[in-house]
Design a protein around this ligand. Structure first.
Ligand code: ZN
Length: 229
């Protein structure tokens, strides 16, 4: 990454982190090394550069265990879609870190959801297979901004459903020590919409009563269609 003067922009930023940011937060980092990490939240987010988990949640180092991928998808636990790093991260976060919350965060204008409708280059073999993880969320309608928005939200709920098929996740949800939150981040509004299982809809955080409703219920669309059993 070159800066305007043709210099090494990334190297300049690395040096700035070390000289400016680190000295002001040195104690926190050293405590995190001495005591180990104890994040309470597993954040599964889309890789999109506009989605910045630490900004959205005002989190500090050590607070979020993050796994990101194209679309914020959760592969099935049974391995029927192959072995995936995301699955390994979920197992580790739940079994070893014993996180209390899992957030699945999709967002507006998601390229993964658009690509799930439009297809990808033949050369992108892994990406094509990966996008299958959104297939059940796709709508049998013509692509439109509204359809894409609804699909982005349906995809989040679909991933929550897949999470519930992870035995260690289901067990801890049923024990009441783990809750699953589905979020849809609207980039242009600077607002996260939180999935409310009882209302079967995403509620803007500014008016929502909580950051996620915890144990899942079936997701009912406005037209009464239940997409996940
Ligand atoms: Zn995305």
């Amino acid at each position: 990454m070159k800066d305007a003067a043709g210099g090494d922009e990334l190297l300049r930023r690395l040096r700035r982190f070390h000289s400016d940011y680190f000295p002001r937060h040195q104690q926190r980092f050293q405590d995190l090394v001495a005591e180990g990490q104890h994040p309470k939240t597993l954040f599964i987010g889309c890789s999109d550069s506009r989605l910045v988990p630490y900004l959205l949640t005002d989190a500090a180092p050590g607070e979020l265990f993050i796994v990101r991928n194209v679309g914020a998808f959760v592969p099935p636990y049974d391995g029927s879609h192959g072995l995936h790093g995301t699955t390994a991260a979920i197992e580790f976060a739940v079994l070893s870190l014993q996180v209390e919350t899992i957030v699945v965060c999709g967002h507006s204008h998601c390229g993964a959801i658009r690509a799930a409708y439009e297809g990808v280059a033949d050369e992108a073999v892994a990406l094509k297979a990966w996008l299958e993880l959104a297939r059940e969320a796709l709508l049998p309608v013509r692509e439109s901004p509204e359809a894409l928005r609804r699909t982005e939200q349906r995809a989040v709920v679909l991933q929550l459903e897949r999470l519930m098929a992870y035995p260690m996740v289901r067990r801890r949800v049923e024990q009441g020590v783990l809750s699953l939150h589905g979020w849809h981040y609207v980039i242009e509004d600077g607002e996260v919409h939180v999935f409310d299982a009882e209302q079967g809809d995403f509620i803007a955080a500014s008016v929502a009563s909580n950051s996620g409703t915890g144990p899942y219920l079936n997701y009912v669309e406005h037209d009464g269609q239940v997409i996940c059993d």
